[in-house]
Design a protein around this ligand. Sequence first.
Ligand SMILES: Cc1cc2nc3c(=O)[nH]c(=O)nc-3n(C[C@H](O)[C@H](O)[C@H](O)COP(=O)(O)OP(=O)(O)OC[C@H]3O[C@@H](n4cnc5c(N)ncnc54)[C@H](O)[C@@H]3O)c2cc1C
Length: 413
Amino acid sequence: MATVAVIGAGFVGLSSAYWLMRDGHAVTLFDPAGPAGGASYGNAGTFANYACIPVNNPSVFRDFHRYLLAAESPFRLRASYLPRLMPWLARFLWHSTPARYEAAVAALGPLLGRAYEGYADLIRDAGLEDRIRRRECLYLYSSERSFRNSADSLRLRREAGVACEVLDAAAIRGLEPALAPIFAHGVLFPGSWHLSDPAGFLTALHGWLAGRGLRTEARAVTRLAPGGSGVILVTPDGDERFDHAVVAAGIHSRPLAADCGDRLPLDTERGYHVTFGGVIDPIGRPCGWAERGLYMTPMAQGLRVAGTVELAGLDPRKASGLTGLLARSARDALPALKEPGVRQTDDWLGFRPTFPDGLPVLGRSRASERVVYAFGHQHVGLTLGGLSGMVVADLLAGRKPPLDLTAVDPRRF
Ligand SMILES: Cc1cc2nc3c(=O)[nH]c(=O)nc-3n(C[C@H](O)[C@H](O)[C@H](O)COP(=O)(O)OP(=O)(O)OC[C@H]3O[C@@H](n4cnc5c(N)ncnc54)[C@H](O)[C@@H]3O)c2cc1C
């Protein structure tokens, strides 16, 4: 048994804690914000095991100007952030060429295909089944052009083994009669599901782990000092030594990796959600709207509308244009939201941790085998959190992980 510090209490960190405790390790979780204080709080809640199409794909060259200029574009680039973003953006574009994009799909597909293995035992052991809604996700297209353009990604999904059912307008109406008749095409992804409350799921998991000996420290780790026989965690309240450390701090992982000799090109794709509180189950499943870059997900608190991509670093100021777009789009898609008394009750900004090649980092640090990285899960951190935690425990135990980790090796940069 070893002492292990897990830094970050999102989907990746808490799943890592679960798998490490199964191996009998004494785990301490560090997070000043507590469970689900980061991107894991406000996401769309989808277990999107079909989402093997990364944002870095060849369509960015075709559609970039349209995304920048269109009034209802779900994409924003803050000009003042451009100078700092340039190195990341250049690499992102480099990874959007057809061959590199297909390599990313080929790497993401197997991870997503095995994602549920990382959750099955966790959900059963922690008694979390009632927090899961096993209704498959539906992706919708309001324009012929974008549906036609999606043909290639549909082909790649199928080649990756993703089950996809293409629906016409009548089938969409049959499944989700509350939707406005503006969607001519849809794709249903059998085998996907969603959470009724992602933060509630993680809080319950954390409570269950705490009952089994997980120690939690509401402190930020300001620096890591890895050595041959252990790792020192530096915090504002003093230093602490562990046999191993796991860096799962989402977008804030970059400086901790730099302490361990790895300069990693991690930046953020910011995303937003708005909630129509108290609007319970107007739809029966998460419905994505391709052109608006969003999901509408029925959650315990109401309807959550989540998505968009903004490149603007960690500045806490929100883009009202994007939260407005989410609310407006939801009303366009679901006319019931226009009824008197229905109100938007919150808005939220989250920071997706994204590498320019669209793949996460799962592996050991350069400076020490005792530090394991698990971050950079971009749009699929909820989906891949369980599997990433399983891989972390395998790496720490010296076991062979269940899949080839070459494509997600931190040294690829
Ligand atoms: C709008 C939106 C919608 C999304 N929808 C989906 C979806 O439907 N499905 C899906 O799979 N993914 C989705 N995602 C992506 C997903 O939310 C993220 O990939 C995932 O939450 C990342 O989890 P994480 O554990 O790596 O990081 P986080 O959840 O960000 O957790 C990192 C934690 O580390 C802590 N921390 C930071 N610095 C330190 C430090 N120095 N010391 C200690 N602790 C620290 C933070 O407080 C935080 O709690 C969405 C994201 C957004 C923004």
